[in-house]
Design a protein around this ligand. Structure first.
Ligand code: 4NP
Length: 156
């Protein structure tokens, strides 16, 4: 079982998009039972709220549903629980690094670092840009690269 946590500021735009995309991708690949995929926020601003309508709409155009997803804040227990924690931008990474126990710091990754040639890039926040299509494009690239990397490792 591989446990992945996607993290952004509000957990209503980018990280739930990544959670839903990856859940769909592993299901399509016949690997649903090998993965636990969740998402969370660095803030409590949107706690309890469902994904943003822009996230739901762009996912729906690609045949991906969001059901029973509600924003929650990252907890200290998450750093022990999950195998990899992907922050969507450098601010998320700073926030995660500042609360993560030292022994688990190696689990934190910038999301786009998974994509050859796009290392170091932030996934822009559509809460501010309103560009959900660009967010989806980057998230599909990142999640697809992560799935490929994980498939190349041992999936027990
Ligand atoms: P997200 O976008 O981090 O991609 O979920 C945001 C959602 C809400 C807010 C900021 C960013 N907000 O200020 O409430």
């Amino acid at each position: 079982m591989v446990k992945l946590l996607y993290v952004c500021l509000g957990n209503i735009c980018r990280s739930p998009m990544a959670e839903a995309f990856m859940q769909h991708a592993v299901t399509k690949a016949g690997l649903k039972d090998k993965f636990q995929i969740e998402s969370a926020a660095t803030s409590r601003w949107e706690s309890g709220n469902p994904p943003h309508i822009g996230t739901k709409k762009i996912l729906a155009t690609h045949g991906i549903e969001t059901v029973n997803m509600f924003s929650r804040q990252v907890t200290i227990a998450d750093f022990n629980e999950f195998d990899a924690i992907y922050g969507m931008d450098r601010h998320n990474i700073e926030d995660l690094n500042s609360i993560c126990p030292t022994e688990f710091l190696h689990k934190i990754h910038l999301f786009m670092d998974s994509v050859e040639g796009k290392q170091g890039l932030d996934v822009p926040d559509p809460w501010y840009t309103d560009n959900f299509a660009l967010t989806y494009q980057l998230i599909s690239e990142g999640c697809s690269a992560q799935l490929k990397q994980l498939q190349d490792t041992k999936l027990d």
